[in-house]
Write a protein that binds this ligand. Sequence first.
Ligand SMILES: Cc1cc2nc3c(=O)[nH]c(=O)nc-3n(C[C@H](O)[C@H](O)[C@H](O)COP(=O)(O)OP(=O)(O)OC[C@H]3O[C@@H](n4cnc5c(N)ncnc54)[C@H](O)[C@@H]3O)c2cc1C
Length: 372
Amino acid sequence: MLHCRSVEDVVAAIKSGDRVVPRGGGHCFVDRSSSGDVVLDLTGLNTIEVRADGVATIGAGALLDQVYDALHAAGRGLPAGCGQTVGIAGLTLGGGIGLIGRKYGLTCDRLIGAQVVLADGSVVECDDDREPDLFWALRGAGGGQFGVVTEFRFATIAEPVMTRIAADWPADELETVVAAWQAWAPDAPDDLTLNLTIDGPRAVLIGASLLPVEPTHALLVEFADLVGTAVPFELSAGMPLSAVKASFGEPATDERPRIRSEFFEQSLSDDVLGELVGGGRLAFTAMGGAYNRIAADATAFAHRNQRFLLETANDRSWAIAHADGSGRVYPNFPDLSLADGPAAYHGENLARLRAVKQAYDPDRFFTFPQAL
Ligand SMILES: Cc1cc2nc3c(=O)[nH]c(=O)nc-3n(C[C@H](O)[C@H](O)[C@H](O)COP(=O)(O)OP(=O)(O)OC[C@H]3O[C@@H](n4cnc5c(N)ncnc54)[C@H](O)[C@@H]3O)c2cc1C
C-alpha cells in the first residue's frame, strides 16, 4: 500500500507503470480498493476548506465523519451517507444516498468540480465547462473507473437543524408494516425520510425530518394509521445534521457483508411480500423526492425514477424480490452475482459512459470485474 500525501505522490505512482487502485474509506463491498498491484491510500489527502460562499474543497481521502465535523464548524452541511468511516470519494463517485437526499439530492448532485489524475499521469480540473464529459461521468458511475480524484468541490447547504426519528418495535404483522412503508415513505414530503429494516421479528425505523417535532409527528401518525398501530416513535428535536449523522453512524468494521440489492419503481406485490418477509434481513431505503427530479442523463447516476432501494441478506430473498424489481442496482452496492452488472448499474447511460472511458482511459489502466 502506498500512502499518498499530495497530488504529486499520486502522479508518481501512476507514472511508475504499476496498476494502481485508489482507496478512500476502503469500504467497497467487493474489495475493489484492496486488490491491485499498488493500493493508493488517499487518507492523507483529507484537508477540508470551506469558503464564505459555501463552496467546500474536500480532499479525496476525507471520511464522512471528518466531512460532517468540518462543515459543521463552518455552519454548513452536505447530503451524504451515514457510515462515519465511509470515504467521501467512493460515496460521491457512486452517487451518495442519505437522510436529507430526498430534499437535497445525491451527494454527487452537489458536486461542482473535481481534480483528477488521469491514466497518463496528467492532472486535470473538471467541471461543467472543463472536461465536461469526465465531470458528468464522475457523478454516479462508481469509483475507480476514469482516474484518481484528488479533490472534490461541493456546493454545500446551510447546516439544517433536524428532528431525529427512530422506532424499534416487535411487530406481529411485519408484512403490514412493509406494505404501509412502501406505499407511504417514497411519497412522503421531501422534508422527511423514513427508512425501514426488518430484522427477525422486529421492524426498525430510522429517519430524519427537516421539520420541527410537531409537524414531523403529525406526518408519522399518517404512517402509523396505515400500519394500524400506535407506533412508538422516539423524536429528538433540534439536532444539527452532523449530530443526527453521528447518532446513526455505523461502527467501523473490516467485515465485508455480502449484499444483494435492487431498486424498485413499484411496490412489491402482496404475493412477493408474503414470500419475502421472514426470510432474512431486509433494509428499505426511501428514494423519490429530489433524487428523482434530476434527469436520468444529467449525471452518470441513471436511477432517477425509483421509489426505493432494497438490500437483502441472501440469494433466495433477492430472487423473490427481483420478480418486482426494476433490474437497476446502485453502483455503490456492487454485486458480482449480477448477470449483467454494467447494464444494472448504468441503465441508459451505459453507452455514453463507455465512450467517456474510451476517451479518458483507452488502455483500461483502471479496471476491475464489472468495470466499464
Ligand atoms: C458502514 C457503511 C455504511 C454505508 N452507508 C451508506 C449510505 O448511507 N449511503 C450510501 O450511499 N452508501 C453507503 N454505503 C456504501 C458506500 O457508499 C460504498 O461502500 C462506497 O463505495 C464506499 O466508499 P469508500 O471511499 O469508503 O470505499 P473505497 O473502497 O475506498 O472506494 C470505493 C470505490 O471507489 C474507488 N475510489 C476510492 N477513492 C477514489 C478516488 N479518489 N478516485 C477514484 N476512485 C476512487 C475505489 O477504487 C473503489 O472502486 C455504506 C457502506 C458502509 C460499509
